[in-house]
Write a protein that binds this ligand. Structure first.
Ligand code: CTP
Ligand SMILES: C[C@](O)(CO)[C@H](O)COP(=O)(O)O
Length: 374
């Protein structure tokens, strides 16, 4: 049985990456980056346990992809690491940034070959540029660029992190604690994705699949003889509204389900339960905005949507253009890619009897093509 646990840190918010997608959700074919990295480590068969640290929201979605041990992250890299360490019992722990996506077998073996030589084994690279610190040129022979993965004695690392000082890597905490660090040669390919331009430096990654992912949504709301009516994000001029926990915008609810369906993200009730007071009377445009943010964060782009409103009443024609405009703005796509249709049901069924409205929607997504940028 291995005495080594792997912790993959994936709870960052990608603020310096500065684009709509979080870097851990870039796709390699269909796989998110975090899964691509985790699967590669898992294949080595070296670990008794693999822990993925991620945000609470992400974990809910990550579970759809793979069965790793997921642990909720904290507000800093170090806080995330401390949360993960609570679940580590093995003598040794290897910690790596998910953002270092191209870790070679050779680098891993170089690190593991030194196991036991020091409390922390660290890969590093030489510096070849001139280094100026404030206004002084310093001896670059004495400077090292530190990478991950880093191999630590679990007990020492846990103790070293019992401090309020924030360290940017494990080895710095361990040295500050008075324990020992040994270096091994790093690897330029183990580059950390920090800025969008770093996507140029990842030889081990192929781009995302160009498949189109489609989803559908269906929702019905009964009329209420009081209240305001909202449909497709637009206030409709009626004397009646919809019975609902939210504002009852059945068109946006159907569209949300279509988007979630295409992304494989469940349904509206899972995200916004209708017994949660937080959503009482909520503007459905806000719900759509939250879903759209997730869709982009998780590495998707929206190609087009199509909505059919089945209503004997009210008449929709005069509002269609405003609905398209409103929805396009929230989805951050051209109005031309948002289609809204309306139909009666020829007086048949509950819609024909003017008891309520039903809406079906379709959405098509593709993956964010980071290869075009990188
Ligand atoms: N609260 C945090 C912050 C960072 N990380 C992880 O630590 C690694 C190194 O962090 P960095 O590259 O800085 O990622 P982000 O924090 O996402 O980036 P930024 O600082 O630009 O927001 C990443 O794999 C990141 O997911 C983490 O697990 N928990
Ligand atoms: C741990 C690390 O990758 C070593 O170089 C680096 O310190 C992480 O820094 P970040 O600011 O959390 O990306």
């Amino acid at each position: 049985m291995s005495d080594l646990t792997l912790i993959l840190l994936s709870a960052g918010s990608s603020s310096r990456f500065d684009t709509t997608v979080k870097k851990q959700w870039l796709r390699i074919q269909h796989k998110p980056l975090w899964q691509f990295v985790a699967d590669k480590f898992e294949k080595s068969g070296l670990f008794c346990k693999i822990i993925l640290v991620a945000s609470q929201d992400d974990i809910a979605f990550m579970k759809n992809y793979a069965d790793y041990d997921f642990v909720q992250g904290g507000n800093s890299r170090q806080a995330s690491l401390k949360n993960a360490l609570l679940h580590v019992k093995s003598e040794y722990v290897l910690v790596s940034d998910i953002a270092r996506a191209c870790i070679s077998e050779e680098l891993l073996q170089r690190i593991l070959a030194k196991k036991g030589n020091a409390d922390c084994i660290v890969p590093y690279l030489h510096v070849t540029d001139t280094i100026v610190y404030e206004n002084t040129t310093i001896d670059r022979q004495k400077v090292k660029r530190i990478q991950t993965p880093q191999l630590s004695r679990t007990k020492i690392l846990k103790n070293a992190l019992q401090t309020s000082t924030e360290f940017t890597d494990e080895s710095s905490a361990i040295v500050s604690y008075g324990a020992t660090r040994a270096f091994v040669e790093g690897d330029e390919n183990a580059y950390k994705i920090t800025f969008i331009q770093d996507l140029n430096k990842l030889p081990c990654l192929s781009g995302p699949s160009s498949d189109i992912l489609s989803g559908n949504g269906f929702d019905v709301h009964a009329f209420d003889d009081k209240g305001d009516m909202y449909l497709g994000g637009v206030k409709i001029d009626t004397e009646y509204g919809f019975k609902a926990h939210s504002d009852g915008d059945v068109a946006l609810h159907s569209l949300i389900d279509a988007l979630l369906g295409a992304a494989g993200m469940g349904d509206i009730g899972m995200l916004f339960p209708d017994n949660d007071v937080a959503y009482k009377g909520i503007d459905s445009k806000e719900l759509l905005q939250r879903v759209v943010a997730k869709i982009y964060n998780y590495g998707f782009e929206i190609i087009n949507v199509d909505i059919t409103i089945a209503a004997q009443k009210p008449r929709i024609g005069a509002y269609k253009n405003k609905m398209r405009q409103t929805i396009a703005e929230i989805l951050q796509i051209d109005k031309a890619r948002v289609n809204v249709k309306a139909t009666t049901t020829e007086k048949l069924g509950f819609i024909g009897r003017e008891e309520g409205v039903g809406v079906i929607a379709n959405a098509n997504l593709k993956y964010f093509n980071w290869k075009m940028i990188g």
